[in-house]
Ligand binder design. Sequence first.
Ligand SMILES: [Zn+2]
Ligand SMILES: [Zn+2]
Length: 268
Amino acid sequence: MKVVKNFHTHCSFCDGKNTPEEMILAAISSGFTTLGFSSHAMLPLCENGTLDENTIYDYIKEIRSLGEKYKDKIEILCGVEADYIENFTTPDKSYYKKFDLDYIIGSVHFVSTPDFSTYISCDTSIDALQEGIKRFFDGSVEKYLRAYFAAVRKMAASFEFDIIGHPDLPWKFNEKFPYFDPCSSWYKDELILTADAIAESGKITEINTGAISRGWLKEPYPLPDLRALLIERKVPLILSSDAHASSGIDCAFDRFAHLATVFDWRKQ
Ligand SMILES: [Zn+2]
Ligand SMILES: [Zn+2]
């Protein structure tokens, strides 16, 4: 079956390469019937490539107006990919309600340090990640990754949002720059705990092909080990491309469509 809806898309309002209109035109020519925009938001914080308290209004206005312009060709939705960083920001609908968005993807891209003085990015650069682990997690990758998965579990259990984004994002660098062993028992334990928490939350989780289009991985998130645990627990799975450029709008959708069990977060 061909998947013709994608709810995870970035554009020039955050860290995407193309304008929203270019993304829409690419989606139309790829045969999509629904395209959802999900620019990065970590309000009230703001980092490079994320919306802030002002640009979020421009973003929503632009997406809504393009939705109107292309309504006969494609359904356009406006959401955000909102961060969970313990003690700093949450993807909760109660906070984002004032923006009248269509949906929220909750993702962990940053892990709070044990003293909550700052947070370390999982996916900006391997050097920054390793420096952060050295400085704030006693050089222990295990401590860092346990904190990452604990954050995913807390996010799934504690906040109201629609889709869980890439729940094993730390895999991004691990194929090219291996820094943890996915066969270690502590890693497997974390995956089981995380799969249990996601299943318990009842939330939809993505099959996210974004790291394939950007050349980091050959498999989508979640990788086969976590994916198998989610399938075993009958967690609803939705395919998304996490496209940061129009060329990746339907990246690997043909190869991984069979993994999707939900095609629209509004209809489970
Ligand atoms: Zn993300
Ligand atoms: Zn994304």
